[in-house]
Design a protein around this ligand. Structure first.
Ligand code: IPM
Ligand code: MN
Length: 366
């Protein structure tokens, strides 16, 4: 295979963790007999600085021409005075998700046994560890619903409105992703998280997901939690979760919570995939760490590169079907961590290494 990837490092720690991840990706692919063709393009604040736009035309064109996107992170204080809709997140990340209809966001929540100490949860809460996956709808709901605006009322007050909107087909297709994820796992259980005691959209989610699972996946068990309860259950008894399925904003919030109970946001990889297929017939996708651009630690060799490296592994699995190569990267990360190599976010008081050293230890294990 000759993998064509658009590499979008972005801002602050984005380029640092991308520099750490690319050699791991290259070495793994070479070892498995595949060629890698990366084209690197500015995005987010870097796009604004270089081309006056968070998502420059040439960057989008390169993504269109690629088999997958490896994304770093965007945003930060430097661009806080840019008009809101042109800021890195709203001007680049959300349009990319929408442009490619990347409706399914997959975030694995795995607490490595050797990282149990890095979890904020008491060991008694996690007797069997955590091994779950969050499936978040990514191109609908309140992030994109119209109207979305701020207006001045006749009395001079400001009023802002966001709209949460979902339709059957959007819910069905993300349910299918959750079913596939559940079938690839031992427990085969989906927990639908919504707010169906209050929201119309959640009532629809509940109805559509229940019908879809009953009709297409009798082998998969479906449970249900209201989102406030789910937020509580995640810290009280996270071991109960297998596949968590939810809408865009709930998934944004709960996946951060999931990440931190698994040790650190710096470990949280993600895959955003849609219906479009790449040259190899696999889903086109965007792969990114979920932790953000971390301006506070940028440029100090402190960022945890694991989420970026694990995102590259997800890319190999979902967009190229290279399951063994993906598993090899995941095993290398695990082995480096088991051997005690930790960046500050997961060192938990022990000795910490920098981004470069962490990446080198992972690379050496490929
Ligand atoms: C994420 C991020 C984004 C989101 C932001 C940067 C727009 O928090 O990927 O979780 O809210 O989706
Ligand atoms: Mn988020």
């Amino acid at each position: 295979m000759n993998l064509k990837i658009a590499v979008l490092p972005g801002d602050y720690i984005g380029p640092e963790v991308m520099d750490a991840a690319l050699p791991v990706l290259e070495k793994t692919l070479k070892k498995h007999g595949h060629a890698l063709e990366c084209s690197v393009h500015p995005v987010g604040g870097a796009g604004i600085d270089a081309c006056g736009k968070a998502l420059p035309d040439e960057t989008l064109a390169a993504c269109d021409a690629a088999d997958a996107i490896l994304f770093g992170s965007v945003g930060g204080p430097k661009w806080k005075d840019v008009p809101r809709d042109e800021q890195p997140e709203r001007g680049a990340l959300l349009p990319l998700r929408k442009h490619f209809e990347l409706f399914a966001n997959v975030r694995p929540g795995l607490l490595l046994p050797s990282l149990a100490q890095a979890s904020p949860l008491a060991p008694a809460r996690i007797p069997d560890g955590i091994d779950m996956v969050c499936i978040r709808e990514l191109t609908g709901g309140i992030y994109f619903g119209r109207p979305k605006q701020t207006t001045t009322l006749p009395n001079g007050e400001l009023e802002a409105v966001d709209t949460m909107r979902y339709r059957t087909s959007e819910i069905e297709r993300i349910t299918d992703v959750a079913v596939a994820a559940a079938r690839a796992r031992k427990r085969r259980t989906i927990c639908l998280v919504d707010k169906s005691n209050v929201l119309e959209t959640s009532v629809l989610w509940n109805k559509i997901v229940s019908e879809r699972v009953a009709k297409t996946a009798p082998d998969v068990a479906l449970t249900h939690l209201l989102v406030d309860n789910a937020a509580m259950q995640l810290v009280a008894n996270p071991g109960q979760f297998d596949v968590l399925l939810t809408e865009n904003m709930f998934g944004d919030i709960l996946s951060d919570e999931m990440a931190v109970i698994c040790g650190s946001l710096g470990m949280l990889a993600s895959a955003s995939i849609g219906a479009k297929k790449n040259r190899f017939g696999f889903p086109f996708g965007l792969y990114e760490p979920s932790g953000g651009s971390a301006p506070d630690i940028a440029g100090q060799d402190k960022a945890n590169p694991c989420a970026q490296i694990l995102s590259a592994a997800l890319m190999l699995r979902y967009s190229f079907g290279l399951n063994e190569a993906a598993a090899e990267i995941e095993a290398a990360v695990r082995s480096a961590i088991d051997a005690g190599t930790r960046t500050a976010d997961i060192a938990f008081g022990g000795d910490a290494v920098g981004t470069g050293k962490m990446a080198a230890e992972i690379l050496a294990r490929i």
